[in-house]
Design a protein around this ligand. Structure first.
Ligand code: ASP
Length: 323
């Protein structure tokens, strides 16, 4: 009798442990990216704009997967993918970031390693060319998790990172939005990446200029570990985009991981639960990846620029449900 119950329990837990995707084959590496969730009105969004955003995210997807394919780390892959998106003026991170009410680009970014939960972040920085690289330096070269503003800039300079004038981040498009005090159509998104490498390590990275017309000094969810970014090898890696205040108050990224750790939820169950119960329509989106290589992307907005690739040949780039 005991044996029968034991076998039944074993079968049941094996069913629960089945991967949600990938047909039971755990991919050796996976990379998932986002370029922000927003209104992204399909009718207003011209095909040309759709294509250039897709081209931008594809470049980052390729660079990140090349690293993973060659046996590089998940941390290197997420940092490199996000760096490429920071350099691309189409996205709301690094060059092209939206401006504060003072007309300044103030950037936030964070990175986390699922292997040992080490993490680094910078907030409200105005001179660091690649905030995600500075976040990684904080993680690896300081005893702290987050540095902000001038302290973060001095730290980045001391560690040989490139510093630029704030005008480097400001483009004709962001200046026009600032001058008109009105974004005619949402075309800019925060960027983020989650990856699993061949050694089974997860990592997450998120970078943003924050909310359009934010008050000077406002810090969003992107640099806050557990709000907009989280990684734990035992559960998952998560990067968020959307109304930062909501993501902070609901500890969105951490709750997804915690539901998996404490309650045994699958990745999609955890994401669905948190997004369905803590967020509302229009709040934003999440990309996530579990330790077995299953990924799940969800948004409550009109669309989310997103991409995924893995060692089993997946290569997808989308803004809306099917395109
Ligand atoms: N989450 C970002 C912030 O609140 C903005 C965004 O993702 O669009 O700073």
């Amino acid at each position: 009798m005991k044996l029968t119950i034991g076998i039944a329990l074993l079968c049941f837990s094996l069913i629960l442990a089945q991967p949600e995707k990938n047909g039971g084959n755990s991919p050796r590496y996976v990379l998932v990216l986002h370029g922000g969730a927003g209104g992204w009105n399909r009718d207003v969004f011209k095909d040309s704009i759709k294509l250039i955003h897709k081209a931008g995210i594809e470049k980052a997807l390729k660079a990140g997967t090349d690293i993973l394919k060659a046996g590089g780390t998940a941390l290197d892959a997420v940092e490199q993918a996000v760096k490429i998106l920071e350099d691309d003026p189409l996205f709301n991170a690094g060059r092209g970031a939206v401006l504060t009410t003072d007309g300044i680009a103030e950037l936030d970014a964070s990175i986390m390693s699922g292997r040992d939960k080490s993490a680094g972040a910078v907030a409200s920085v105005t001179k660091i060319k690649n905030p995600i690289t500075a976040a990684r330096a904080v993680m690896e070269k300081s005893p702290h998790v987050m540095l902000s503003a001038t302290g973060a800039e001095r730290f980045a300079g001391d560690h040989g990172l490139e510093l630029v004038e704030n005008s480097y981040f400001i483009t004709d498009e962001t200046l026009e939005i600032f001058r008109k005090r009105k974004a005619t159509e949402e075309k800019k998104g925060t960027v983020g990446a989650v990856a699993l490498d061949k050694d089974g390590n997860l990592a997450a990275a998120t970078s943003t200029g924050g909310m359009m017309f934010k008050k000077p000094g406002r810090i969003g969810d992107a640099p806050i570990i557990g709000a907009g970014n989280y990684a734990d090898n035992r559960t998952c890696a998560v990067s968020c985009t959307g109304k930062g205040e909501k993501y902070i108050k609901n500890a969105v990224a951490f709750h997804i991981s915690a539901l998996m750790e404490y309650k045994g939820f699958s990745l999609s169950q955890a994401v669905d639960y948190v997004m369905d119960t803590k967020l509302e329509k229009g709040d934003g989106g999440v990309i996530s990846l579990d330790k077995d290589g299953n990924y799940y992307m969800k948004y409550t907005t009109g669309g989310m620029i997103r991409a995924a690739a893995n060692s089993e040949g997946v290569w997808e780039i989308k803004i809306w449900e099917n395109e």
